[in-house]
Design a protein around this ligand. Sequence first.
Ligand SMILES: Nc1ncnc2c1ncn2[C@@H]1O[C@H](COP(=O)(O)OP(=O)(O)OP(=O)(O)O)[C@@H](O)[C@H]1O
Ligand SMILES: [Mg+2]
Length: 257
Amino acid sequence: MSTDVILHAEGVSKRFQNFVALDNVSVSFPRSRLTAVIGPNGAGKSTFFNVISGAFPPSGGRIVYDGADITGQPQHRFAHLGIAKSFQITNVFPQLTARENVRIAVQAMHTRYQMFRRREAFSELVDKADELLRTVHLLPHARRAAETLAHGQQRALEIAIALACRPRLLLLDEPTAGMSPEETREMMDLIVRLAEERTVVLVEHKMKLVMGISDHLVVLHQGQVLAEGAPDEIRANEEVKRVYLGRERTHAASREP
Ligand SMILES: Nc1ncnc2c1ncn2[C@@H]1O[C@H](COP(=O)(O)OP(=O)(O)OP(=O)(O)O)[C@@H](O)[C@H]1O
Ligand SMILES: [Mg+2]
């Protein structure tokens, strides 16, 4: 296979006590492409996301990034390697402004920055933060406390924070969770724009949402890879239809009261 691979999960498994959440999962993520990892509720998507983003180590298998084994590397190493992520659950400093949230993330990536340096150094950080806020369309809200932003805006803020390490690989876990249809559309537009400049891996349980925008899809089911391929292949896959779509109805019913 000649496809250029940025990240490769090789025989990854994850056990929680006796429960096997991931069972020998091997997936290659093509560089400069948008790959969606889909699957029904409880398929193991977030567990897989946590393993490939370095939040916790796998029970078995390897994570290979740009040809180097990074399994078990501490979380901060992932950011320095150019891997950034945004979780399924919102994760910002609520009382700080949008600008401060991003500025802190930018600052954390500048290890040589000193608090006592010239005034310009600080304004440089703020400029970088503002540039990232502009990317996610939050610049007009820069001075608002994060907690006062709408849910969709908070998720966009998290993405700006994730972009602070100038990632070559951006990992997103259900970025549209809990969003209105309008917020969802905006977020999907943003993801498509971000994918023009870097590799994006998007974890999502709503298959329809990602079909139109993904270059490549991976379907997880009960901790295993059920199918992998281009959107048309996945759409036509009988096993995916049977297993995933059958579960999708149950899932939708269980989530929407
Ligand atoms: N820390 C944990 N301890 C024990 N079991 C866990 C833990 N985390 C996940 N699991 C189990 O592993 C399975 C996969 O969970 P996971 O969160 O990865 O699924 P998911 O595909 O992300 O689902 P969702 O669509 O609801 O986000 C589930 O059965 C879950 O209960
Ligand atoms: Mg999940």
